[in-house]
Design a protein. Sequence first.
Length: 367
Amino acid sequence: MGIWDKIKNEFIDIIEWTEPAQNDILAYRFPRYQNEIKMGAKLTVREGQTAVFVNEGQIADVFKPGMYTLSTQNMPILATLRGWKYGFNSPFKAEVYFISMRQWTDQKWGTQNPIMMRDAEFGPVRIRAFGTYSFQVQDTAVFLRQLVVTDPSFETYEISSQLRNTIVSRFVDVIGQSKIAVLDLAGNYDKISKLALETIRPDLATFGLGLKLFYIENISLPPEVEQALDTRTKMGVIGDLGKFQQFQTGQAIGDAANNPSGVAGVGAGLGAGMAMANVMAGSMAQAAQPGAAAPPPLPGAAAYYVGVNGTQAGPFDINTLRTMIANGSVTPTTLVWKQGMAAWAAASTVADVAALFGAGGPPPLPK
């Protein structure tokens, strides 16, 4: 290698940064390796980049996208710092940082722990939320001073945790101040996102970053609360619990009649099931009207108990008994009883029930 080639290799003629295809680099320091930058060298700044010259730890000139031939004319700050009052053409040493100005999209955020909030309808509840956001470098000088400092390759993972914590903290404030009911949150994602965007932006600006987009993908309640809401929805769909109970009772007795073991095999279970249904009906009636007792049966609406294999079931109203007679679970010999009767009696001997069998009634079940 000749002397001229050795001298030439000590100077940097081209300064540029070609970003890798897949990278998360926010700032990249051009490798100088003790070489000096030659006055008149070519500086190439591509779209989505900004080049910053740093002299002895102090930010000097900033270059936007374009191609430059370095001279004292286009580096006025560096020329002042180095005392180049009348121009200077010798090589010089300076650090050059390339800042990626592109927008960093699809960044994830989410609550690691549930957020406690007070809801007007449900009281204290816990919610979780997650979504995405995008950001970009907004102020290169602040970004270099606050985050990059002397890092030769500053990547997104180095700031992602801080950004996520900041976003979640401000999001909690927004949710609390919005006072939107839990059941109405899903219909207000856009409103909440815009409020969060404006609330979070000042915090990111302290790092020289700009929050460009903020989206909420989901706000959810704990699984047990969602199950309770599903149950509440089901009850709303069912409507009249009394009619639903009658339907379920008639259907269950009909299934028992078709069972090979007959009604006798399920008598005890039927009685327990009816008792539980009655308790549930009473509880829901009292819940609907706190402090009020369950109303008595309508005047003239007889309620009969049915004896099944030595176990009583009921009480059933006339309409339910008609269904039970139709499916064969109550026969003329089935024992029945209602309030006011001295003792149990066969269904065929009680006027109200006997009338349900029609003329003559069905024959007794074969033994």
